[in-house]
Ligand binder design. Structure first.
Ligand SMILES: Nc1ncnc2c1ncn2[C@@H]1O[C@H](COP(=O)(O)OP(=O)(O)OP(=O)(O)O)[C@@H](O)[C@H]1O
Ligand SMILES: [Mg+2]
Length: 249
């Protein structure tokens, strides 16, 4: 069974950056192979990890439909295996699969369903699975995996941002999302101590991780560089490594 970490939170809070840094920290610690899952239709986790997801599972819809009509004897299972082999990107100590968006005006349900099927099929091959979700809370209800070991929610340091973290925690309970531990991450914090005290009192999360603003991180993203080349002494990376990745066995 794999250990699954799902990252969620509002738009632009730093989910993809943190997901990529977790993957880097896990592989550097020898906790690999990791399956990195980009469950955001506007995929960009691949860039952060220095690979390119050319074929997303959402894009394969048309191909699969044509294939099934040309070869009516092809089984559902064969079709699924084909989708997996075409959309899985192999990195050095990790593989990546991206949901992408279906071509044309289709809804995301299809891509989401295929991704769920694919994960059911392959995630057991990986000791660690890191899922970068789309912004917002709806993705929680889509449940691309049945249970996560760590639900990591990223928020902003404002009052509103912290209230959102709290709301997501309540929502996860209401929706019976099964998770092992809840990790609240506040990104770009100025006042570390006060934010920590406030969060601890309000949420009592299993893990509270506060990350400062870091211009190097911003630059890494702006230049589309792979986080695999982030130095060990980068402040954000160190915190992600020591406070999120290291406690995962
Ligand atoms: N600690 C930080 N210091 C400085 N810049 C940061 C930090 N964390 C994230 N950023 C920057 O904020 C922007 C948004 O980050 P990111 O793409 O990781 O967020 P996201 O939550 O995945 O966004 P989306 O909801 O669009 O998927 C990026 O330009 C990134 O470089
Ligand atoms: Mg993102």
């Amino acid at each position: 069974m794999s250990y699954t970490i799902a990252i969620t939170g509002k738009g632009g809070t730093g989910k993809t950056t943190i997901a990529a840094l977790i993957v880097v920290a896990m592989t550097r610690a020898g906790k690999c192979p990791v399956l990195a899952v980009d469950a955001d239709p506007n995929a960009c986790l691949d860039v952060a990890l220095g690979v390119e997801a050319k074929n997303t599972v959402g894009r394969l819809r048309e191909d699969a439909r044509i294939l099934a009509s040309e070869h009516p004897d092809i089984s559902k299972r064969e079709l699924l295996e084909l989708k997996i082999s075409e959309s899985l990107v192999e990195g050095e100590d990790f593989d990546l699969i991206a949901m992408g968006r279906p071509e044309g005006p289709g809804c995301y349900c299809y891509a989401n369903n295929v991704l769920r099927e694919v994960l059911k099929e392959i995630s057991d091959n990986y000791p660690y699975v890191v899922i970068d979700n789309e912004a917002g809370l709806e993705n929680l209800s889509r449940r691309i995996v049945r249970r996560v070991d760590a639900l990591l929610v990223v928020g902003e340091p404002s009052r509103n941002g912290i209230a959102t973290l709290h709301r997501i925690q309540a929502l996860a309970a209401e929706m019976n999302i099964e998770y092992g531990k809840f990790i609240a991450v506040v990104n770009r914090v100025h006042d570390i101590q006060n934010t920590y005290d406030d969060l601890k009192q309000k949420m009592g999360a299993d893990g509270i991780v506060l990350l400062p603003h870091d211009d190097d991180i911003r630059m890494w993203n702006e230049e589309g560089r792979s986080f695999f080349s982030i130095p060990e002494n980068n402040a954000i990376y160190r915190k992600v490594r020591d406070e999120i990745a290291a406690p995962i066995q």
